[in-house]
Design a protein around this ligand. Structure first.
Ligand SMILES: [Zn+2]
Length: 93
């Protein structure tokens, strides 16, 4: 599928399901948090990669084209102020 970010694919993702995949994703977010707090057992770059990989897998299992969604919402500029880089004041984005 064009524009789809697929890092893992296959029956394993389908059998794990949305809930199981979400749990793995959150576990990796926790490891990224530990890394950002200085836990050397979790190398920072690897934890960012793990979080992105599990997010992409979760989107696939949920039937969402993550690359397309990212491009559609953030591809050209900030969705709030329509500028790149963002010049929003205060609240996100
Ligand atoms: Zn903005």
């Amino acid at each position: 599928m064009r524009g789809t970010l697929r890092l893992f694919t296959g029956a394993k993702d389908e059998s794990r399901g949305i809930e199981g995949t979400f749990m793995w994703f959150m576990e990796e977010v926790g490891e990224l948090s530990a890394s950002l707090r200085g836990d050397a057992r979790h190398p920072l770059a690897e934890e960012f990669a793990d979080v992105l990989a599990w997010l992409a897998t979760l989107a696939n299992v949920a039937g969402v084209d993550l690359a397309g969604a990212l491009s559609s919402k953030y591809g050209t500029a900030c969705p709030g102020c329509k500028m790149a880089p963002c010049v929003c004041v205060g609240e996100k984005p």
